[in-house]
Structures are given as C-alpha cells and as structure tokens.
Design a protein around this ligand. Structure first.
Ligand SMILES: [Zn+2]
Length: 68
C-alpha cells in the first residue's frame, strides 16, 4: 500500500513539472512576434516585421510595438 502511495505521488510531481514547462513555453515573449517594430495584435507565431503590413497568419494589420 505504501508503494502505491509513493507511485501516485511521483505521478503527481511529474505531472506538475511537465505542466510548468509547457506554461513557460507559452508565455515566452522573446520571439519576433513580440520584439519586432510592428507586431500582430494577436502575437501570431511567425508574425512581426520592421515595416507596417499584414500578419501572414491571421491577416490583421500590424500595430506599432510600443514596448520597443
Ligand atoms: Zn496574427
């Protein structure tokens, strides 16, 4: 019975750590879609440019990146 509890705890710990890793990846804001002079309001993956234009992913107008 003790062994079963230990195994269950191990599963929970591993589940938490994998969840934390994916959350970290999701909130990564160092990509081009965040750092370019003009960015998509939706921050689509692969969007962002140094000149105004349209997002190739969702088709929305780029907005000027104020955080730059
Ligand atoms: Zn977009």
């Amino acid at each position: 019975m003790n062994n079963f509890k230990l195994l269950a705890m191990l599963c929970i710990v591993m589940g938490f750590s994998s969840c934390r890793t994916s959350t970290k990846d999701h909130t990564n804001k160092t990509g081009k879609e965040y750092t370019s002079a003009y960015i998509c309001p939706m921050h689509c993956e692969g969007s962002g440019a140094e000149v105004p234009g349209l997002c190739p992913v969702c088709g929305m107008d780029y907005i000027k990146n104020d955080k730059k």
